[in-house]
Design a protein around this ligand. Sequence first.
Ligand SMILES: *Cc1c(COP(=O)(O)O)cnc(C)c1O
Length: 316
Amino acid sequence: MISLNEMKKALQEIRSSIHLTPILTSSQLDKQCGMNVFLKAEHLQKTGSFKIRGATNAVKQAFAKGARFVTAASSGNHGQAVAYVANQLGIPAVIVVPEDANRVKIAAIKAYGAEVEYCGLTSADRIPRAKQCAQENNGVYIPPYDYPAIIAGQGTVGLEILEQVTNIDVIVVPVGGGGLIGGILCAIKNIKPEIKVIGVEPETANDTFLSLQNGKITAISGTSTIADGLRTSQPGDLTFPILKEHLDELVLVTEVEIKKACQFLLERTKQLVEPSGATALAAVMSGKAGKKNDKVVVILSGGNIDLQQISSIIEN
Ligand SMILES: *Cc1c(COP(=O)(O)O)cnc(C)c1O
């Protein structure tokens, strides 16, 4: 568990570089779910996802220790976040991406000023290359979730929620590698342990669900869920023990439920949220998380979506 002190330090460190994202509400949503739903709008965060929180905390810490070069292995939101922060600090970054990486995402990373290096197709190819590249340049490799400074940074979402919403019953969080929910658990279970924290995975990316069931880290062999930010094959060595000890519940949602949540957000609230970012809301809308009259905070974790992808989300 990351200490409360460390989380507060992280919030202090990153606050001036990130947005205090709003809490959105929708009476239509409340009516439909029979609950009081509060949406924490991290899709409106800088770089389009909460990943900027952990990245800012981790890169700033490395910088303070003298690092002047960083790498990451991600074509997604983490890669964009590390690229952005390095650029803000005026240091070079190399982001290692798969050879089949989406061109829109590559363009975003390059637009933030980082260099892109292609390597293999899997994270087993990319991570060693990103570590090696950091070493060659006397720099630091920044992992996406299994790293104390990242978990502390992501956990600042939890601290903010406690400042923005009172008398919360439940917080619902999407789960990939577990950095976001791990950080939120460290914040919430330290300050208000009575608040229930529920994690959500797509049915086909149920590695954390299986790991909790088995009591040990369990990998899955691959998934093609539309929620591409949640496709990690297993929870982390640091994140899993936090979840194992503190998570109240983990529920699974279907691809159709995720798409319906995206559609609702777009149509009713005018919010463009990526599938990973709408997964927690999918659990609430399908009645799998929260109960009648609960005050529920749902994390909308990101909004980076390729415009070509929209048609596959809104089709039925
Ligand atoms: C990375 C990511 C997640 C999952 O976060 P973890 O820390 O890996 O559990 C959820 N939603 C979005 C939009 C993401 O980019």
